[in-house]
Design a protein around this ligand. Sequence first.
Ligand code: ARG
Length: 600
Amino acid sequence: MASVPSLASSVNQRVADALVSALPEAGAADPLLRRSDRADFQANGILALAKKAKANPRELATTVVGGIPTGGEGDVIREIEVSGPGFLNITVSDRAIIETLAARAGDDRLGVPFSPNAGTTVIDYAQPNVAKEMHVGHLRSAVIGAAMVEILEFTGEKVVRRHHIGDWGTQFGMLIQFLIEHPHELDHKAAGAEADIEVSGEEAMSNLNRLYKASRALFDSDEEFKTRARARVVDLQAGDAETLAMWQRFVDESKIYFYSVFDKLDMDIQDADVVGESGYNDMLTETCKLLEDSGVAVRSNGALCVFFDEYKGPDGNPTPLIVQKSDGGFGYAATDLSAIRDRVGGLKASTLIYVVDARQSLHFKMVFETARRAGWLNEDVQAVQLAFGTVLGKDGKPFKTREGETVRLVDLLDEAVDRATAVVREKAEKVGLSEAEIVENGRFVGIGAVKYADLSTSAARDYKFDLDQMVSLNGDTSVYLQYAYARIRSILRKAAEAGDRTPVAHPELELAPAERALGLHLDQFGELIAEAAAEHAPHKLAAYLYQLSSLFTTFYDQCPVIKPEPELVVGENRLFLCDLTARTLTKGMSLLGIRTPERL
Ligand code: ARG
């Protein structure tokens, strides 16, 4: 495994070196290299440096250019010229492009370096609520979180996953009490005498739904039941064994359902990483005591509150973070503060990421600020909410069924797979797919479509859930990328069958413009990964991959690979570009959690 410096970084280094010789006081100044339409790269940094040094920018640029060797056999830079008031237009040599790509191809990681400042990230994502149906909000958290996990791990970051499921709170009093009074309500039809029959996620959820509705109805209509349910909350918090055992049944039943949905989502969630709200129960009292003793939180009308000057309600009064209610109950905030203590103090996180709906932003601002005041977060720890926007229906309003209910995530996923299967089936005969392959590809395409739609806009933005658009073969969709991948694989198979051509890099060749454009883009993969990781921006990876496919399409239109048959070395070099494109695509897609079938 050897990391390969990108052409951009090599060029940047050469310009920086020449800059220091031309203007020693510039020190380690950044020439600000960017990809450019006019040449391969443009350096924009000289202007500002010249101004600072009171030098003439064009003269400085000319001296810099004079100090850079170009055009020779071993020179990365083929041509460099001063343009405008003091920019540099830089073209790299064809040889340097293919040599760099060949080095990438020779590495398992495609030459992508490990981050020099890797640390430990604890990421809080995929956090549905016990006894409740999963909805599109949970989809977003799961999909964005899983992509961030993969991207970060690829950079060498140590990642600890935390699925902060909603498995605690007063609603459990009602549920548990009901179950104690109706002990068979969670039994499984299918299970019968044999306990090892697998219960489906559907059945688990329908059991929970039925129980939830029935207990709610009783709670709202029967005062005595309400009293018993409230007493049950106290038992739960006190750790009463029978109550906890009943509570555990709800959690287990819900997990059957959660895992069935994660499985549908083609997502690997490990039980050890599911540490829900209940996991911090033992810390809550201490968390509150520490906050109160240090004066970070104060009692206000009996409740333990943290106040902030900057957060005010519509009436102008400060909105506090309530850590403990006046009746002694702990809320969402106490749990999140305790989780921070555990994640920083115990798990030694250097970064905390919370993939949570933007509508919870105020909560996280207040929680982070409180943790800073308490000293649980310091300058060495970065805490961020990777906030995501709302999923909208085609009408642009928050996604609801016609009856105004939240849409069940499973229904959406099933529909996506159905539609995708139809799309796959249309082409299946031509490709020669078996029925089993059609079914499998339908799943990969349908689930990929849903994930990609979510990942291809920046997380903070709302987006419309439009299945027609998502499974469309044209445009910025995963299907388009999956077809591009399958097409390349088919080209490579055909070449292999023909026998005389294999992918071989030929640095001695002159490249066509479409080959250069594709090559330079392939070379940027590592930098793109670093950027997506640092900015917590999986959408940048999606955009990169889409552009890669587009550049490949142009290349394939303009540069014959198999027919009409190009000269042998040219054909081999083009197959090499095909191969590296396919490898980069499948790697990038897998980081987004999307499969790339070999034949489609
Ligand atoms: N269960 C919550 C919900 O469904 C999300 C939990 C987010 N994570 C956290 N640490 N608060 O909205």
